[in-house]
Design a protein around this ligand. Structure first.
Ligand SMILES: [Zn+2]
Length: 303
């Protein structure tokens, strides 16, 4: 893991993801905790090397790669864990992540891998997302739903941490279809985010490059928004003939268009979730309607 100093009070530890470290007087807040015990250990080592004692941990959203290291950090340091309500529910009962990805049915073992199933780490404090201090540290939380339902970001001094609200372009190009549980909310979040970036010197996404220019950050935000719009457009096109189609069929069409070849269970359920949310977004906008045929739930264009 590599350490980046953004200013005298703010750092990013970069490994599998970007971990934020904020220091204020005798307090030290860590933002996200990496995937597992190893990540937690590396984070703690780096924070100690800075001469800091972590007192709080904020989880932007409850995906295993963001809270999997929390269990270790809590055990080693006794720091307090902060998260919003829905995200905290997953953190205390991590089986919820594979469970929701598998429509609430008992998830197969392929979905019970540490990338989707972290060790439990209950939140000590439930956040509303409007807080202006955490652990006596002055900061501002910002609500960033879309990638996850109650994701939050943290504004501290000249730095904005945004979790996975947007993906940096090279990572987005690798995934092609980003994970979104709510495409509509994600688009609104990206639009809001762009109005916020001009007041910050550094914008830190959950993974990849740290942006120290507003233009670069906004370009990455636009790139993610364009991808979501493109996924909505591909969903419309998959249903353009007027023939009703299932979610599975729509997913197949869109994967074909993006040259995606799914070969694992996690890939399938992650892509499927984004396409489901594209379908519900278009349904909420009145562009589609559900129809039942042959005991299948199908989607049909309304116009
Ligand atoms: Zn995530």
């Amino acid at each position: 893991m590599q350490l980046f100093e953004l200013n005298a009070h703010t750092w990013v530890i970069q490994g599998g993801g970007n971990i934020g470290v904020i220091a204020h007087e005798d307090r030290c807040l860590i933002i996200d905790s990496g995937l597992d015990k190893d990540a937690g250990r590396d984070i703690l080592k780096q924070v100690k090397n800075l001469g800091l004692t972590p007192t709080a941990l904020l989880i932007t959203h409850a995906h295993a790669d963001h809270f999997g290291g929390a269990h270790y950090l809590v055990r080693q340091t006794g720091l307090k864990v902060y998260a919003t309500r829905v995200e905290a529910a997953v953190m205390s009962s991590p089986i919820l992540e594979p469970l929701y990805l598998f429509s609430g049915a008992q998830p197969p073992r392929e979905l019970q891998h540490k990338f989707l199933l972290a060790k439990p780490s209950p939140a000590d404090v439930i956040l509303t997302g409007n807080e202006t201090t955490i652990d006596e540290i002055p900061l501002r939380l910002i609500s960033l739903p879309g990638h996850s339902s109650e994701q939050i970001g943290v504004a501290f001094g000249d730095t904005l941490f945004v979790g996975d609200a947007f993906l940096v372009p090279d990572i987005l190009d690798k995934h092609r279809i980003p994970f979104y549980s709510d495409v509509q909310a994600g688009l609104a979040t990206l639009a809001t985010l762009k109005t916020q970036t001009p007041t910050f010197r550094h914008v830190v996404a959950g993974h990849g490059e740290i942006y120290s220019s507003v233009e670069q950050a906004n370009r990455a935000i636009d790139y993610t928004a364009e991808r979501l719009e493109h996924i909505l457009e591909m969903t419309r096109q998959a249903l353009a003939s007027g023939e009703p189609r299932s979610t599975a069929d729509t997913l197949r069409e869109i994967c074909r268009a993006y040259h995606i070849k799914i070969s694992t269970m996690p890939q399938y359920v992650l892509y499927q979730t984004t396409i489901q949310s594209a379908l519900t977004t278009l349904y909420a906008r009145g562009e589609l309607a559900p129809v039942f045929q042959d005991n299948q739930l199908l989607w049909q264009r309304t116009a």
